[in-house]
Each structure stands twice: as structure tokens, then as C-alpha cells.
Design a protein around this ligand. Sequence first.
Ligand code: NDP
Length: 448
Amino acid sequence: MNGKQYVEKVLEEVKKRNNGEVEFLDAVTEVMESLVPVFDKNPKFIESGILERITEPERQIFFRVPWVDDNGDVKVNRGFRIQFNSAIGPYKGGLRFHPTVNQSIVKFLGFEQIFKNSLTGLPIGGGKGGSDFDPKGKSDNEIMRFCQSFMAELYKHIGSDIDVPAGDIGVGGREIGYLYGYYKKISGQNTPGVLTGKGLTFGGSLIRTEATGYGLVYFTEEMLKANGTSFSGKDVVISGSGNVAIYAHEKATELGAKVIAMSDSSGYIVDLNGINLDVIKDLKEVKRARIKEYVNIVKDSKFVEGHRGIWEVKCDIALPCATQGEINKDSAEILVKNGVVAVSEGANMPSSLEAIKVFQSAGVLFGPAKAANAGGVACSALEMSQNSMRLSWTREEVDEKLKDIMVNIYKNSSDAAKEYEMEGNILAGANIAGFLKVAEAMHAQGIV
Ligand code: NDP
């Protein structure tokens, strides 16, 4: 059997077995299509059934999360933790609290996480979790009670050498604090390495908050540099206004770019003078307000309802940093028509498979999520190292390590693309480089 036949055969089985899990199947299809030449060159991976095994999670945990709201009413949400692959280290990946969370979404995120974590060069396996709980509009006490109930089950399945969750959409420093406090109480253990994204006073790492956004910009700058350009003087559109979006704005601006549009799920703002990040941080990080408030504070800016329209704002560089499925074929065509030079993904799988094809055939530089947004998990792994050594690195030390990791991810992805005769295709290169390390480890460890 050659590589193409093997990929087609396994893809068909995966589609049958995971019928209806659209996001998961898209993620698997995207990775598998890049791997055909890898199997032609390494038939041992076909013999040891790597694809059949890597597409099936090692363990999936689904649980009930009951909690009581401020009115005394009982609420029930669903909790998920997918321990996808531990070939190269303990499961590692964030928790997402958002009403759209379901099995397919957690599985696609966990699957992507395997390759992303491998690309960082650090010894971490792939996992992901979360809940369909909606943190919007909840009081601090409700958030705390929910986190405690969630941890009351999750603590049985995690550990600093087993599975180390972190934040994602809807899970930031506040939630990690509540989760860690309760873990400590019910497990009787003070092992900070069990969760990352912690506060600085109890084992958190400097730069973790900024890491995904900064890392995205370091990676993208490297991609631009390899193609004779840079962020300097460019107009940038960033979707979202959460953790990743805010720190992508901060670093891109530091490198001389101007961020002219940002969004949240209700709509987007445009400020051609450059979006004032202090105002965004105050609205989003302090007040937890909606982005449309920006226009009441900064004159000459506008708010447009509906978040999809943001890609109509003409820009040189687009950084989707909100969520999956934000850029479809039509949005991609508009971006290309307006002369976009680079699209680099801060969010996980924001571009549809058709949108990626539009970018690639138009020669737009494309930074795929699993490479471009790996800075968050890389810094989480640095937090784990600091926890186990019981020391803290300075801001400069962590930032330098983060930058080195992102530069290396770009280089390894670009080299792999070249080696497999797909020069310039960073998506294929990232899939191949991330896959090879995990596949070698799975092959060496036998059929487990
Ligand atoms: P946050 O919760 O901090 O922010 C999410 C942002 O995206 C908010 O502005 C939110 O708007 C918007 N958003 C969320 N869901 C939707 C939706 N369905 N439609 C439109 N807008 C939406 O999350 P993060 O910044 O942490 O995560 C953003 C993306 O980056 C996710 O894809 C995540 O998986 C990915 N990522 C995050 C990492 C991290 O370290 N945090 C690491 C690697 C990837 P609103 O407030 O209105 O909901």
C-alpha cells in the first residue's frame, strides 16, 4: 500500500467512526492530506498502524458538572477531558468554557494539540477539555462554584506527570486560580505543576499571559522576514479581543505595525488611527465589557454589528484570534482581493479548508494555528519546568526562550516542507514536523 492509499483508507474509517463530528473530521483531513509523502518514505509507520492509533483518543472523560447559581437554582453542565496522545509526554492542553463546547470541538482541539506540542520541541503530549458552561454574565461566586464542581471530578484524572490542563476560551487567570485552589483542597497535594496559567504568587510564570499573542507575532515576523518583509508599517486586522488578540496587538504594535480592527462575538470596531490597546485592556480585562463600548471612549472609531464582517476591512496582515471557523471561502476571497500579504492563525482552526486553499493558491503567506499559536503551550511547559525546579525565571529569560521556540518552529516547519518538496507550504511542513516526532515515539513504544 502506498502513502496515498493508506491515508485514504484510514480517513474513510475515521469518517465512518466519527460521523457528524465536523470540526474533528476537518482537523484530521487537514493533517492527513499533508502526510502522504511521509508514509511513502517511512512504510514502517504504515506497518505499525500509526494513523489508525493517532486518530483515536487514548482516553475520553465526560462528566456531569452540577452547581448552584446565585438565586439558589440548580444548574447542570457537561464536562470533558480528552487525553489524546501521551507518546512524547504527559497530556497537555487547555480547558475551554463556552456554550459551543461539545465532543467534536474538544476532540479537534485535542488532536491539533498533539502536533502543536510536538512542534514546540518540549516533552508534552496532547489533550484538551472544557465545558458547555457560559461564563458570560456570571458573578465571581458562580464562576468559583462552577470551577469547584468541575474540579471535583477532573482531579481524579490529572497530575503533574499525567495530564496538565491550562486555560483557553473563557478560562483565564481567575478560573485557573479557583481550579487550583480546589484541586489543592481535595487532593491534599500542593503540586503547582498540575495546572498552568497560574497566578504569579502561586507558581505561575512571567509572560504566560502574553505568550500566545507574542508567540504568534514572533512566528509571523519570522515568516515575513523569510519573504523579505516585516510587521513594520503594516496595517493589521485582529479578530477577537481576548487573551490571544490583546497580546498579539501589543507585540505587533511594538514591531511597528498598526492594528486597525478588533472584534468580539457581537461585532467589530475599526479605528484607522490605530486601536488604543489601553482602552481595550480596560474594557476586556478589567470591566469584562463589550467591545462596542470602545466607540464611546475613542472618537473617530466605528462599531459594526456581526463579527464576520471584520475581514472586509482592508489590511496587509490578518491575525484571526477569536475562534474556529471564522474565515470561510468568501471571507478569504475578500482578504485576497484587498491585497492581504499574510494570514497567521492565533485561534485554533479559524480558517476553513476551502479558505486555506484560497490563500495558498493566491500566494498569501499562511501561518497555520498549530505552529503559529504554539507559544502559549510552550510557555506552559516552561511554567511546568520552573515548578518542578522550584524556581522562577525572569521576564526576559522566559521571553527569550519563547522567541527561540517560535523561531525554531518556523524553521522546522519550513525545512520539513522543503525536504518533502512542498517548499513554502508551512501548513504541510508543520504537520509533517509535528507528526514525525510523535510517530517515531509511538513506533518505538510498540502497539499501545
Ligand atoms: P478568550 O476567551 O480570552 O477570548 C476569546 C475571544 O474570541 C473573545 O473576544 C470572544 O468574544 C471571541 N469569541 C469567542 N467565541 C466566539 C464566537 N463563537 N464567535 C465570535 N467570537 C468569539 O480566549 P483566548 O484569547 O484564550 O482564545 C482565542 C483563541 O485562541 C481560541 O481559538 C483558542 O483555542 C486559541 N488559543 C488560545 C491559547 C491561550 O493560551 N489562551 C493558546 C493557543 C490557542 P466574546 O467575549 O464576545 O465571547
